[in-house]
Design a protein around this ligand. Structure first.
Ligand code: AMP
Length: 218
């Protein structure tokens, strides 16, 4: 079993790349952002208002809620090949939780890959992104439109949506949360010899190839 963490600033390409990695290496992708968005689609969810309050402000949802989501997800998926974590952990407490949790089943984090990107391009990338409502494929109105206008390349769906937190004001707050909390993971994983940094400023496919090479050598 291999367990890989993909982390980096919002807009660094974690979602796109983790989808590809999951497919290629038959790993289960666990995106805490996706799980939270699913909760926000259901106003009867008991955690709805607690999550919404933080999510809409671009702040981190509490560790207790997130860690429990991870446990539930892993328990229900039971994948022997392993997991690719997208957007989790977001701080050291979550990082420690994951390691303790994996250890209980004699597993471990194999690599923590930092998607390193220049801050200048991020806001522009995020405010232009949208996804297919049906399959979740990620597009960008400036850099990656569907081949046929308004038709998803993957599932030929014709409904698209934008994330409610992909507006300039919330993106700035998410970037501050990243700087204040998530960046501390760089040191955390470096000290354990698990950190690999990938230059995420390059074309998507070039970055993908680097990631495939790294993971093939684990
Ligand atoms: P993402 O889709 O990873 O960009 O996350 C979107 C939002 O979900 C973040 O701005 C946070 O409010 C929340 N979120 C996602 N993952 C986590 C996490 N691991 N810990 C706390 N909050 C999270």
């Amino acid at each position: 079993m291999i367990n890989i963490i993909l982390f980096g600033a919002p807009g660094s390409g974690k979602g796109t790349q983790s989808d590809k990695i999951a497919k290629k290496f038959e790993l289960v992708k666990i995106s805490t952002g996706d799980i939270l968005r699913e909760c926000l689609n259901d106003a009867t969810n008991p955690l709805y208002s607690t999550i919404k309050e933080k999510y809409d402000k671009g702040q981190l949802v509490s560790d207790d809620i997130i860690n429990q989501m991870i446990v539930n997800y892993i328990d229900s998926s039971k994948n022997n090949n392993g997991y690719i974590f997208d957007g989790f952990p977001r701080n050291i407490a979550q990082g420690e939780f994951l390691q303790d949790y994996l250890q209980k089943s004699h597993n471990k984090v194999d690599k923590a890959i930092l998607m390193d990107i220049d801050a200048g391009v991020l806001i522009d990338r995020i405010v232009n992104r949208f996804t297919c409502n049906n399959c979740g494929a990620i597009y960008n109105s400036k850099t990656k439109k569907p081949t046929i206008d308004n038709v998803c390349d993957i599932c030929v769906g014709t409904n698209f949506k934008r994330r409610s937190d992909d507006n300039e004001e919330t993106v700035k707050k998410r970037l501050t949360e990243y700087k204040n909390l998530t960046e501390s993971l760089i040191n955390f994983y470096e000290k354990q010899g698990l950190l690999i940094t990938v230059d995420a400023n390059r074309e998507v496919d070039v970055v993908t190839q680097d990631l495939y090479d790294i993971i093939s050598h684990i």
